[in-house]
Design a protein around this ligand. Structure first.
Ligand SMILES: [Zn+2]
Length: 314
């Protein structure tokens, strides 16, 4: 039964005061970039910049190893297929292998049938390459629009146990659309858990806490850790994310990328590795499957929310 046909019986798991956050790495290379708006990178463009994901990921692995920290690696399946040794090394180091899809194309630009095929093939490739069981998914470029929440039904049907793609943003005063009415984990009626990206209220707006991307690179670490601790106290564990290219200041951008995109993507890369190393020392992190182990082990009947709570306030 589709999640949207079910009645809402919201259930929120409260982790107030939790101290272990979820760390996630979206594993893609510099050219898996939708921001130029002119289609995917050509073979010539990729060849001009070269593959950089391997050396960047090895740096991240060393950084995490030095802090005795494990994370969830949402692999683009194409990257795992091209660099199987790398994917196996991540799994062998004790990190969680999860799925970032086969092609790095946002859900908003795809048909449902295309996504259905993509997530199933991606999961099979990752399990085949690494030998690990893959239960988690993150969509390329996240999911920000309630019209694309059908993705969560597709993931449940494809055998995933959780998704961590939902970025419940609304740049307007008032509540953000929240799945199940919560900023924390929610179990959908289709059985899938959603572990959304963390947001906080600031000046009347729901904004992402500085737990990834531009904000994590650009803002002082003390501000970042304060935001994460505030979220821990108010909601529970925060899902923090980064990418291998974010620690690589020499990583090129595709021809045709606009200046402001280059700016936002480039800010803070030079100091990002050092900042991440300090972040994982100052706060405790673990893979999503570990942070949310209790939720993932819970029988479905205990908690079920459908997507209408997110859809209705729009
Ligand atoms: Zn991505």
């Amino acid at each position: 039964m589709p999640a949207s046909d079910q009645r809402t019986t919201r259930a929120t798991t409260c982790h107030a005061g939790a101290r272990v956050n979820a760390l996630s790495i979206d594993v893609e290379d510099w050219y898996h970039d939708e921001s130029r708006g002119a289609g995917p990178a050509t073979a010539a463009e990729i060849a001009a910049g070269g593959a950089r994901v391997e050396r960047n990921l090895e740096r991240l692995l060393a950084l995490l190893d030095a802090a005795a920290t494990h994370a969830t690696f949402f692999f683009l399946a194409g990257v795992a297929r091209e660099h199987p040794r790398l994917a196996r090394a991540v799994a062998a180091a004790g990190h969680e292998i999860a799925c970032h899809g086969l092609r790095h194309v946002p859900v908003a630009l795809r048909s449902r049938a295309d996504v259905r095929d993509d997530v199933r093939r991606a999961r099979a490739i990752l399990e085949d390459v690494t030998g690990a069981r893959v239960i988690g998914f993150r969509a390329p470029c996240f999911v920000r629009d309630v019209r694309h929440l059908w993705l969560l039904d597709e993931l449940a049907e494809a055998g995933f146990a959780y998704d961590s793609s939902w970025l419940p943003l609304r740049y307007a005063p008032g509540a953000a659309p929240r799945i199940g009415g919560t900023r924390g984990p929610t179990r959908l009626a289709n059985g899938l858990w959603e572990f959304p990206m963390p947001v906080s209220r600031l000046a009347g707006h729901e904004l992402p806490i500085a737990a990834g991307g531009f904000a994590l690179r650009a803002l002082p670490l003390a501000f970042v850790t304060r935001q994460i601790r505030r979220f821990n106290a108010e909601v529970g564990p925060a899902v923090v994310y980064t990418h291998p290219w974010e620690i690589d200041p020499e990583s090129p951008k595709l021809p045709g990328t606009r200046g402001y995109v280059r700016f936002f993507n480039g800010v803070g890369r030079r100091s990002m590795a050092q900042k991440l190393a300090r972040l994982v020392r100052e706060l405790s992190f673990a893979p999503l499957a570990e942070v949310y182990a209790a939720q993932l082990a819970a029988p479905p009947a205990l908690a079920a929310a459908d997507l209408s709570a997110a859809r209705s306030p729009r």
